[in-house]
Design a binder for this molecule. Structure first.
Ligand code: 9UX
Length: 72
């Protein structure tokens, strides 16, 4: 079963930022696709259920210099 994780990103201002974040997310082991919307700053990441943790994805984004909004 495939599962999606959504992240709210902060700090992206251009299409290159979007590309960087998408590449960073896609490089996390297990991720099958990563799509980032610049206007909404939302990332949708697809992976087999249970294979990728939200924390791993957040770390990948932060390592690239962007921030992730923490969920309540
Ligand atoms: Mo262009 Mo996006 O320098 O950081 S890649 S604004």
């Amino acid at each position: 079963r495939s599962e999606t994780t959504e992240l709210q990103i902060e700090g992206m201002t251009c299409a290159s930022c979007v590309s960087r974040v998408e590449k960073a997310l896609a490089a996390v082991p297990g991720v099958t696709s990563a799509s980032v919307n610049l206007a909404t700053e939302k990332a949708v990441v697809t992976h087999p259920a249970g294979t990728v943790s939200r924390n791993q994805l957040e770390k990948a984004v932060r390592a690239r210099g962007y921030d992730v909004v923490k969920r309540a």
